[in-house]
Write a protein that binds this ligand. Sequence first.
Ligand code: HEC
Ligand code: HEC
Length: 334
Amino acid sequence: MKLLRYSCWLSLYIFSTGVLHSQTSVEGKANELRTALKPYFVSVSRDDSFIKKNIAKINLGRKLFYDKKLSLGKGVSCNSCHDLQKYGTNGDYYLQQKAKGQFYRDVPTVYNSVSFELFNVDGSLSNFKNKIREAFLRTHEMEVQNEALVIQELKKTPEYLKMFREAFFKKSTSITFDVVIDALEAFLSQLKTPAPIDAFMEGNNTVLSNAQIQGGELFVSKACYSCHTGSSFGGQMINKLGVEVPWPNQKDMGYYHIKRKSSNKMFFRVAPLRNVAKTAPYFHDALAMRLDKAIKLMGIHERGIQLKVVEVAKIKEFLKSFTGEIPQDYIKEN
Ligand code: HEC
Ligand code: HEC
């Protein structure tokens, strides 16, 4: 991880000193931006052959995702918080709960989450399956606490028995928690939202506007890209929130709750930024309701700089190129 950081700074240095001035055309600037982003960029795409091969499993996973009966109070499903029509999160629900005084971290999206290295806003887990398991069991998600209760509920529904048989029974003889997790994993793994930035990185210069390309240059030269890297511009590592100026709200100390070492205080996962223009509010504590404010705060707290209004606006335009389309057919409730 350290190595990654160093080489990233090196490429930033090269980017911000030399090459930029040598080519001035829009085309040239687009190519320079692509070169600067390339070392850490990973595109996302849906795997149609995987979907075709695993369709029974995926259909089952989708049904489980929308099923409220699988939560403790039978009042919420995965989709209540990770609303697939709202880019896999649910700001309204989160704000309602927060207003009631409940300790709820802002809900991160499930879109593209299969490719994150770390899960949860504090990066407490590094295994996707374990995260799905935890989603059933823990407070603030499905809250069932006991795996057996999920299985008991599923066995009451003949349609589930049929679907599990189609998806798994060739290998397994009964409904187990493991196969429930498998089915959800298969469904979640193809919740991907390819975006203009992917087309741009494949060589198409016309998908980004001029302002977006300038915003991209700022994203690199202001070193946002030193933390926000990888397939989702984040989700890869934890870092201190408030490296330069302490974060105003120190109620939730992030990774410190997992490992109580004082050097872990205020460490949070670098938030993934795909679809970020659609997933307000921002930060684990929803300190920013708007994307402009989130960008401004990042300048102050992570970089120790006051970004100009016009710089914030351009970075925001660039971040909009991370917005993909919701795969309506794929997420349709069956
Ligand atoms: C009541 C709201 C709620 C429900 C219901 C819920 N989640 Fe979550 N989910 C959250 C919150 C809040 C987090 C972040 C927790 C944290 O950071 O400590 C989260 C995190 C996640 C993550 C990690 C995403 C990331 O970016 O790291 C995944 C994946 C996930 N949930 C899947 C599910 C699945 C699958 C279900 C249903 C079985 C589910 N969730 C049900 C609120 C919910
Ligand atoms: C030192 C590492 C670091 C740098 C540099 C950095 N960020 Fe962040 N960023 C983070 C962390 C950590 C979070 C998650 C904080 C949280 O969950 O409360 C985050 C969150 C965000 C969010 C909120 C996403 C969401 O869904 O809540 C945005 C937007 C963002 N960063 C943009 C930027 C921009 C733009 C820059 C450059 C000006 C930047 N960041 C620089 C570490 C960094």
